[in-house]
Design a protein around this ligand. Structure first.
Ligand SMILES: *[C@@H]1O[C@H](CO)[C@@H](O)[C@H](O)[C@H]1NC(C)=O
Ligand SMILES: *[C@@H]1O[C@H](CO)[C@@H](O)[C@H](O)[C@H]1NC(C)=O
Ligand SMILES: *[C@@H]1O[C@H](CO)[C@@H](O)[C@H](O)[C@H]1NC(C)=O
Ligand SMILES: *[C@@H]1O[C@H](CO)[C@@H](O)[C@H](O)[C@H]1NC(C)=O
Ligand SMILES: *[C@@H]1O[C@H](CO)[C@@H](O)[C@H](O)[C@H]1NC(C)=O
Ligand SMILES: *[C@@H]1O[C@H](CO)[C@@H](O)[C@H](O)[C@H]1NC(C)=O
Ligand SMILES: *[C@@H]1O[C@H](CO)[C@@H](O)[C@H](O)[C@H]1NC(C)=O
Length: 433
């Protein structure tokens, strides 16, 4: 048994290292791609369509949303923009006339428009407040597009692709722009195709390690057959009293709350004081055992007092998930990237019901129950098998308790089982001989 636990522990160690460095075996091509289509070049100005596609299976972009930034190579300016806007107009004083450019910054920062933006400022597939759904949750809302008219001074002629792209999201790094096959657009009901003059792709990749050096989530465990609740490991995310580890005691009103918080900035993480100091805790409770099924209750609790998590998701690795029979109050989809081994699945909230995980407090949790079929020959309550191997919240891996601490089946129950087994066996022997 000890050997099995040690093995599980090492396996979880190995698998927990890889995603932090950008490669994720569950979603090996995970990326956000920025596509630039040069649509038209007319007398020194260029029409450009920029699209962002979130190709990640289970990582989304939530409020306050993406903030796309790049460096113009020359002295380009943006004359007009639809479906998004530059946060600063910048210094346009060299231009005279009745209409000034939309943005003269060398390094513009572009944000999405909010839903319901005026019709004449919109473009196709725009205006989502910077939010991009994950591919699994809602592929129809995983992309965003805006259009702009780029020009420059009198000497401006050819379009030059800008450099140094960033998404303004923690953890993402973007590569260089590569010219790719021009994008094609259907016309005349699909009977004809038009295409961009040129197209470039920029790929951005997420790394949990770059996003934050500390974890953001931890797991606690319990089971009906044992009174012990195994808490999140101490200091899972931070330690109380550590510099920078601010937390709020029950009943205390933090000074941060009194300050007016800018809705366009990611709120600072201020958590309820706990021994784990994580903004998110996932509790896995083995609730009941039936003849052919067993029941698990999973609760996600928000300990962050300043943040509501919208469109949250969980990725769970457990060998019995392939026999998942019913999930209550959450959506579920298997992530079976290895064909038949579908031991990993994704859970997320039901729209308008529990897709928003509210800030810490009475209603700051969401929960589900699930029914799993006991696969003969594999299923067991022994050796911590009933507990998950790995859990991620919003694509960031959660800290698990060490397997040695998992709730155990009571020893005497095992002894009773063994002794009755031996008794029956010896009875049989007596009968046979
Ligand atoms: C980005 O993701 C898409 C979809 O999974 C994939 O086709 C593409 O190859 C990826 N790009 C890179 C550079 O990995
Ligand atoms: C891109 O960033 C590099 C490094 O910061 C800088 O040297 C270069 O000038 C930037 N490119 C442009 C076009 O500004
Ligand atoms: C704006 O740009 C012009 C021309 O490049 C420059 O002369 C002027 O000093 C700039 N103004 C400010 C406030 O930076
Ligand atoms: C460029 O990105 C588009 C999606 O925006 C994708 O369909 C295409 O495969 C990408 N091309 C390359 C060469 O990665
Ligand atoms: C979270 O949502 C609740 C209910 O919609 C709202 O009252 C609260 O202000 C929100 N908190 C934050 C930090 O946005
Ligand atoms: C396991 O994967 C198969 C396809 O490979 C799928 O049809 C089935 O629904 C999955 N089972 C569960 C419980 O996710
Ligand atoms: C419950 O599990 C804990 C942790 O593994 C263990 O120390 C304890 O002995 C178990 N309780 C019983 C009654 O077996």
């Amino acid at each position: 048994m000890g050997l099995v636990l040690i093995l599980i522990f090492f396996l979880s160690l190995i698998s927990s290292i890889s995603p932090s460095y950008g490669f994720d075996p569950l979603d090996p091509h995970a990326n956000i791609t920025i596509t630039w289509d040069l649509l038209q070049s007319v007398s020194g100005t260029n029409d450009v369509r920029v699209s962002l596609y979130n190709f990640q299976l289970y990582r989304h972009v939530e409020v306050p949303g993406w903030k796309l930034n790049w460096d113009w190579v020359g002295n380009e300016v943006i004359w007009g923009m639809w479906g998004a806007e530059a946060t600063e107009q910048g210094n346009c004083s060299v231009f005279r006339g009745s209409q000034l450019p939309h943005c003269c910054e060398k390094s513009p920062v572009i944000i999405d428009l909010m839903p319901g933006a005026p019709y004449n400022m919109q473009s196709q597939n725009c205006c989502k407040g910077g939010v991009l759904s994950s591919m699994k949750q809602d592929p129809s809302r995983s992309g965003a597009t805006f259009q702009m008219n780029v020009g420059g001074h009198a000497d401006y002629s050819n379009f030059v692709m800008p450099e140094n792209f960033t998404l303004g999201l923690p953890g993402y790094t973007c590569g260089n722009a590569y010219e790719v096959q021009p994008s094609r657009y259907p016309a005349d009901g699909g009977r004809r195709w038009t295409q961009a003059l040129s197209t470039w792709n920029v790929t951005c990749i997420y790394s949990q390690f770059i996003s934050s050096a500390t974890p953001k989530c931890c797991v606690s465990l319990s089971a009906f057959y044992n009174d012990t609740i195994v808490p999140c490991p101490k200091c899972s995310c931070r330690c109380q009293g550590q510099p920078g580890a601010t937390c709020v005691k029950p009943g205390e009103i933090p000074s941060m709350l009194e300050q007016v918080h800018d809705p366009n900035e990611e709120p600072p993480s201020i958590v309820r004081c706990s021994q784990h100091m994580c903004p998110i805790r996932v509790h896995w409770h083995v609730k009941e055992s039936y003849k052919q099924y067993w029941r698990v209750k999973m609760t996600v609790t928000n300990h962050n007092i300043l943040k509501n998590y919208s469109q949250w998701n969980l990725v769970v690795l457990h060998p019995n998930l392939k026999s998942l029979t019913q999930v209550f109050s959450f959506n579920y989809s298997p992530l079976n990237q290895y064909g038949i081994i579908n031991d990993t699945g994704m859970f997320w909230g039901i729209e308008y019901y529990n897709d928003m995980l509210l800030q810490a407090g009475k209603s700051g949790n969401v929960q589900t129950e699930m029914l799993l079929r006991k696969d003969p020959g594999i299923f067991t309550f022994r050796e911590g098998w009933a507990f998950p191997r790995k859990i991620s919240f919003n694509g960031d891996e959660c800290v698990m308790p060490p397997p040695d601490d998992y709730p155990r089946l009571p020893n005497n129950a095992y002894r009773k089982f063994i002794s009755s087994y031996i008794a029956i066996l010896s009875l049989l022997l007596v009968v046979v001989f």
